[in-house]
Design a protein around this ligand. Sequence first.
Ligand code: DI6
Ligand code: FE
Length: 408
Amino acid sequence: MGGADSQDWTRVIRNCAVASCAGSTPYGLIPQGAVAVAGARIAWAGAERDLPAHIPAGVEVTDARGALLTPGFIDCHTHLVWAGSRHREFEQRLQGASYEEIARAGGGIVSTVAATRAANEDELLALALPRALRLAAEGVTCLEIKSGYGLDRDHELKMLRVARRIGERLPVTIRTTLLAAHAVPPEFQGRSDAYIECICNEILPAAAAARLADAVDAFCENIGFTAAQVERVFARARALGFAVKLHAEQLSNQHGAALAARFEALSADHLEYADEEGIRAMALAGTVAVLLPAAFYFLRETKLPPLELLRRYRVPVAIASDLNPGSAPIASLLLNLNMACTLFRLTAEEALLGVTRHAAAALGLAAERGTIEAGKRADLVMWDASHPAELAAQYGMARPTLILKDGA
Ligand code: DI6
Ligand code: FE
């Protein structure tokens, strides 16, 4: 893995179990490994025995004493900017109301919209920062944040500005996604096609001009938007140069996965109700499957995503928190790592690749991040653990002891 030319090294972490998440061996594991950093990038990774005998003076050397080293974690699907609370809805669901019934009755996403529209940028930032900090404290060094609770041009752009400001306040790379097609806002109730027109003609161009979004997403669902409506949003988004991703087959089969693949989406997310046609289309398009166990768990869903089909068609599987106030108010990617195995039956290795290498691919960042390989950004996490399977095999005990973001 790269030549051990130590002249431009700034830091070496040695005597560690390196789960590189690269290559094709389990975890890309280098049991007695070492990693050298040069500024913001990984300069070399390999076996401890291949380190140069003499490490130049001035290079900071950390003896990991056998501790586990992983790539920085990437949470590739969150809605963590919002105001208000959905605890009333939680109580309604405990009384037997379903998520869909509540949404159709005007609750759900729309109830968070009112509170988010009423909050200004600074108030939203003050609410969102602690959530992002919780994720960063678990080793998340790259985070995707969606809009979707503004549902008009000014409030959607306000949300995206807040998301960007989180990246200025925390050592976390932020990727922003415009999710104006999340729900129909009150002023367009009963006129969903008119709202789609507003998204295509007003909100998307404004986000493109302001350069506030890295991708465009939509909620393709019977309580969201139809495949035909999503197709109009995606056609406009791609014409404006956006990458796309899609909330697909979360509660029913709308053939959203195949639609996402047709637009060469970076990812299709949720996928509990995806069928073989959709999975095959994703495989051919290189679209990543993002599974969201916290939403499955919190909504007490029973239909498991088709993991065997995803494996058979070799579709990369990512795992993300889906952190949002309604369906996944759980600010922990580590818990999702465990639930990916306990609920969805991923292996511990698949789950770790799901929050590193495949999560990077779901954000279009595979060339830069997600594995410990020479040339990639030096986003690294050392853990008070010694084997990578420990991270999925428990919750709340394995903690980061060192987090490097771009080498610092
Ligand atoms: N699917 C979800 O589970 C979230 N958004 C989506 O499209 C729910 C968002 C919310 O309930 O606030
Ligand atoms: Fe989501």
